[in-house]
Design a protein around this ligand. Structure first.
Ligand code: NAI
Length: 328
């Protein structure tokens, strides 16, 4: 029975993997996978990791030196993995490309709804029996234009939701799906015309800080920004400036570019040393969730099933449909 070192394990991970697993020894570790913790994988042929594990070249080297043969990412994104180092070390990397695009798309709309109508503020007020509604004014989403950046599985699910709200939908994607009836425009045009901009593309060298100060300058005054993809797709300092100037009316963020030291842990008793994060969280027109867009029962069950199937394929020597490689 091959052993899997499972890093950054949370109660909900254990529950879904224990339910799906009958063939591996899973060693759960609460700590993230980092240079310091990689040795915990000693004696395991497989490692299971998540979005905020730090899988750089040195960490990969330690895993390989300790006999790890396969890295199973239990997520879609893999921007935190040094794929070139993995390939050089003979470490196969697999992932879960899709587990519930609806989970993420619905969360994106939830963030938009909450930020627009200030639901997070209203909740706090009524809990204190403050029934004053001044300061909670939103806009109708009906008739507004949503600009969707990235028209893969999640972007398209989000587009469907927006259409259900009676919104017009524009999209930008360097690899457009030409048969899908999507109105594609250039990124510049999308920035200029959209009332809501939602990011649904992967983080790559090309998309790093896709929304920077210049991009915010192009946008309509009063635009909403939604990011459920990866934090570094937008320049957080430029976003703060755009919020301060009123260019951005509200932001719903499920990701943050420096999230790895904070997200998934309770920091309520500790000082937040990241000033940009502290300022974003303190803004009344920003709602930040802690990378939870995927967190539905359906998604967790699909993640566990696909991760174990990926490992089955690897150990049986079958073709790996969910392998990721450098430059692929
Ligand atoms: P996908 O692979 O189905 O679609 C991504 C799309 O982005 C593709 O159409 C691709 O052509 C496009 N794209 C690539 N580079 C681009 C660029 N520079 N500008 C615009 N579009 C570009 O991926 P999927 O499943 O829709 O996921 C999208 C992203 O959502 C993932 O990369 C991941 O970062 C994020 N995600 C976040 C989760 C969360 O819990 N917050 C959970 C799952 C995914």
């Amino acid at each position: 029975m091959p052993a899997i070192a499972f890093f950054d394990a949370k109660t909900y991970d254990r529950a879904s993997f224990d339910l799906a697993n009958d063939r591996y020894e899973i060693r759960y570790f609460e700590s993230r996978l980092t240079l310091q913790t990689a040795k915990l994988a000693s004696g395991c042929e497989a490692v299971c990791a998540f979005v905020n594990d730090e899988i750089d070249g040195r960490t990969v080297g330690i895993l390989a030196d300790n006999g790890v043969k396969v890295l199973a990412m239990r997520c879609a994104g893999y921007s935190n993995v040094d794929l070139k180092a993995a390939e050089a070390a003979g470490l196969t990397v697999v992932r879960v490309p899709a587990y519930s695009p609806h989970a993420v798309a619905e969360h994106a709309m939830g963030l938009l709804m909450a930020v627009n109508r200030r639901l997070h503020k209203a909740y706090g007020r009524t809990r204190e029996f403050n029934f004053n509604i001044a300061g909670l004014t939103g806009v109708d989403l009906y008739g507004k234009t949503a600009g969707v950046i990235g028209t893969g599985k999640i972007g398209r699910a989000f587009m469907d939701i927006c259409r259900g709200f009676g919104m017009r939908v524009l999209a930008y994607d360097p690899y457009p799906a030409l048969d899908a009836g999507i109105e594609y425009v250039s990124l510049e045009e999308l920035l200029e015309r959209s009332d809501v901009i939602s990011l649904h593309c992967p983080l790559t060298e090309d998309s790093w800080h896709l929304l920077d100060a210049d991009a915010f300058a192009r946008m309509k005054k009063g635009v909403f920004i939604i990011n459920t993809s990866r934090g570094a797709l937008l320049d957080s300092t430029a976003l703060l400036d755009a919020l301060n100037s009123g260019k951005v009316r509200g932001a719903g963020l499920d990701v943050y570019e420096e999230e790895s030291g904070y997200f998934f842990k309770d920091h309520s008793e500790k000082p937040i040393r990241d000033d940009v994060l502290a300022l974003l969280v303190s803004r009344p027109n920003v709602l930040l969730t802690s990378h939870q867009a995927f967190l539905t029962e359906e998604a967790l069950s699909n993640i566990a099933a696909t991760t174990l199937e990926n490992l089955d394929d690897y150990f049986a020597g079958r073709k790996l449909i969910n392998e990721v490689r450098a430059g692929a």
